[in-house]
Design a protein around this ligand. Sequence first.
Ligand code: G6P
Length: 590
Amino acid sequence: MCGIFGYFGKKENAGEIVFHGLRRLDYRGYDSWGIGMLDGDSIVVTKQAGKIPQTITSLPTSSIAIGHTRWATHGGVTKNNAHPHFATDHSFILAQNGIVENYQSLKQKLQKKGYAFSTETDTEVIVRLIEDKNKRANNFIDAVRTAFHDLTGRNTIVLLTKDGTVIGARNGSPLVLGIGKSKGELFLSSDILSFAPYVEKTVVLENQQIVEITNNKFRIISINTGKQEKYRTEKNTISNTRVDKDGFDHFMLKEIYESPFVIEQIYNQDARMLKQLALKIKHAKHVYAIGSGTAGAAAAQIAYYLRIYGSMHAVSLIGAEASDYYHLFTKDDVIIAPSQSGETADVLEALEHARSKKTKIASLVNMPGSMITRMSDYPFMSMAGPEICVMSTKIFVSQIAWGYLLAKTVQGNYSEGKRNLQSLARVMSDYLHSKNVLTQIKSLADRLKQSKHIFLLGKAQNLQIVKEGMVKLVEGSYIHAHALPAGDLKHYAITLMEPGVSVIVVISNDEVKEDVLNAVNEVNARGASVIGISPANHERFTFHLQVSDLGETSAILTILPLQLLAYYLAVALGNNVDKPRNIAKSVTVK
Ligand code: G6P
């Protein structure tokens, strides 16, 4: 959710370097963008509403620049609201990732003091506040530091002064410093991946820290005390990570095809920490699995597996709705947080409360160096490689496969769980390479592309699968979809069943199969058409997508046809597959 990038170096094309950094960060927001460069002893800013273009020309020669890619929160998507924003006297520019929650009261105070505002953003409040603090501060860093004392919310900034100093400050949203492979080059960014090929070492800023870069040197200062702080440099281990489509038309399709690999990455991990966590869970009173969006569906599936195989009192919470549980967290509970980015603000807030109660935290994160990983007692990594498509696919697979293995470990059957995942990875690979499967799913996408509504029904192991399928369909096709428990259909949604309505039903060969088939009959009796995803065909299905019967891991396989359907629908409708409208991959604001 908004990406920030800074470059301080010897090369003369700082603007271009920042531009390419922003292109790699645009999964965080892509409604507008801007770059500010030092040009002699003044600052020039280029900004635009709309997506970042493929290429850029005519930027001034500069060796210091900062930039921003925006996901609008306060103020419309306009060139004027795009960051960076200038100080009144043009002595510095600033870009923010986050939200100033008290921006209205601060703005009123500053307006009373005579400060003028030219945008609708909360970010301009930070700019004016720093200007105001600078009138009394001993030095500029103190002005930035003390401005942060007045801000509420999560706000991380990058700032460039006209004397060539770059400042980054972290309060909540991520900020990483990269120490370049070429001497004298320093990078600042919301994530490591965006500068990975160019840096040798990284320093992940902690919350409440400022980094000041001047004359090719940097120092880290505490926002609270103003004192210089020690920091830990880490070797950049992802410098060779390739980010390309490998011949696929879109990242989404490539990432769906990586599902067997991400499962291997889970079962090949050293089992020791998993066994330690399983032991902790066995002695826990409650387990709360928490996540947002797709990770919320994964959290619910993890909780399901822990109830079924681990016999644990496990519930799932949606990040944005977890606060009514905060007072129930105790030191005898365990929280499990699956998260692609490791930076989701709603989840972080819940984890902060959990920590204050000494609740143990386990997480499964994909991005290295994240806040959630740093807060965890049991920090697991998906190691699935970068997920670039804003719609999450392979990470969902990774998260639920991990949850299954964890639950089997709690049950005392780690080896059986691992064997089942090994078979699953093989079956998934065959499934993805079946021409027949792809032809069928493409033709289904063609049938469904005119739909106004799509319903999805599932039960037990497949309930969260249909919920996540719904998320994918909505994100990819912009068609309204509604997923519900098969058994709940008769209580309300049955009113909407009539000819022309399509209902996707996921069924496994398990003990609830007959219950789901009852729902199929109810749908069929009212003339709606049923698309069955199951091992066996059924006379009431209008369309059948066959999947293998994999027993306990059936549900993990079944997400693939739903992800592929969302993909081919998005393609058939001409939508932006890898960047659906209005959503961002990493949501670092509440
Ligand atoms: C956003 C993304 C979702 C993602 C959710 C949680 O809403 O669009 O795809 O599931 O954030 O992100 P996380 O990084 O915690 O998995």
